[in-house]
Design a protein around this ligand. Structure first.
Ligand code: SF4
Length: 354
């Protein structure tokens, strides 16, 4: 896929833009002042594949916790700050890797200047995060793709006028067509890397669909350098959904992919529980190289898909066929299918190592 050319921005060792792989972010849902809980949540996100994590910094106590959080985690830390420039200064001083602010809600130019100067001295980028809900309606009119993009452009000019260009921009709305239009417009107006997402997308099920449609539509146009899926619920789910969006568009390679059929009246085995068990076991112990696993219900499409995968099974009446590297390996009883499949995966792994 041809991707838009953007400026690279370094966030604590992770490059956003400049053709770098689209990174996946999340935000903690703990009270940032509670270092133990926040670090535990970040570690869970790291294990799920999160590459950058953001924490809310609503007050001085939360800013005071940043250094201790930063010391205990392994991925870049972003401080999310509104209104109070002193919190941004404290966060930068604590060693965060990026700050999310809106120059427009920080106030006087002198305050923005202090933040930009401190960020420049420490090599800390700033994300300008414009949300449809907080747009200045008196200045830009009601939220629209155009007003979101113009508002972000004005905010970026405030920093540019101070000589600061280490900028990432996000333009988020709940409305998917508006968000897609805003990112499209922004990519015409600037080469700053774009952080994409659908804001307040909803509970896990609805939010997953809304985010996948919105983020997927933006990415499919070659726009976007990093993403965050916003779900009401476990942030680990945000990472899983974000990664799956990237895998679906071939923008990242998964450790493994499972091709499983939806099942129908021809299905001879319990595909649903077999596919889930295989997925859980591969998540626990991911293969060293990308692996395609097919789990198919019957002989209609099963053998074809299984032959194209690295390893696969197709169901029959109480028995299945096991395929490896495109060839039928053997017939297996239904109750032994997962075990035999995992054994075959292990054998493929060992062969590749030797
Ligand atoms: Fe139905 Fe067989 Fe297709 Fe699965 S592979 S959906 S069981 S026809």
């Amino acid at each position: 896929m041809l991707r838009q050319n953007t400026r690279p921005v370094n966030v604590g060792g992770v490059t956003i833009g400049g053709g770098a792989p689209v990174s996946v972010q999340s935000m903690t849902k703990t009270d940032t002042r509670n270092v133990v809980e926040t670090v535990a949540q970040v570690r869970g996100l790291e294990a799920a594949g999160c590459e950058i994590v953001r924490v809310a910094v609503p007050d001085a106590e939360a800013a005071g916790a940043l250094k201790r959080i930063k010391e205990r985690i392994h991925i870049p830390l972003v401080a999310d700050i509104h209104f109070d420039y002193r919190l941004a200064l404290r966060a930068i001083d604590a060693g965060v890797d990026k700050v999310r602010i809106n120059p427009g809600n920080i106030g006087a130019r002198e305050k923005v200047k202090m933040v930009a100067r401190a960020a420049a001295e420490r090599g800390v980028p700033i994300r300008i995060g414009v949300n449809a809900g907080s747009i200045d309606k008196a200045k830009y009119g009601p939220p629209s793709a155009e007003s979101l993009a113009l508002s972000a452009l004005d905010q970026s000019r405030v920093l540019e006028d101070l000589g600061f260009r280490d900028i990432v921009i996000s333009l988020k709305a709940f409305d998917v067509p508006m968000t897609v239009g805003a990112y499209r417009r922004m990519s015409e107006l600037t080469d700053y890397p774009l952080h994409i997402g659908i804001t307040e997308a909803g509970p896990a099920w609805e939010g997953t669909i809304r985010s996948s449609v919105g983020i997927g539509a933006v990415l499919a146009e070659g726009i976007g350098d990093t993403l965050r899926v916003s779900l009401t619920g476990d942030p680990v789910q945000e990472i899983r959904v974000g990664l799956e969006i990237l895998y679906s568009l071939n923008l990242r390679k998964p450790a493994f992919s499972i091709i499983s059929c939806p099942t129908c009246g021809r299905c001879g085995i319990d595909i649903s529980s077999i596919a889930q068990e295989v997925r859980d076991r591969l998540r626990e112990c991911p293969p060293a190289r990308p692996l395609k696993v097919a789990v198919m219900g019957c002989a209609v499409n099963g053998p074809g898909e299984a032959e194209m995968a690295d390893v696969g099974i197709t169901g029959g009446a109480g028995v299945g066929m096991l395929f490896a590297k495109g060839k039928l390996a053997r017939k297996v009883r239904e109750e032994d299918l997962v075990h035999e499949l995992m054994k075959e995966i292990e054998r493929i792994e060992n062969d590749q190592e030797s």
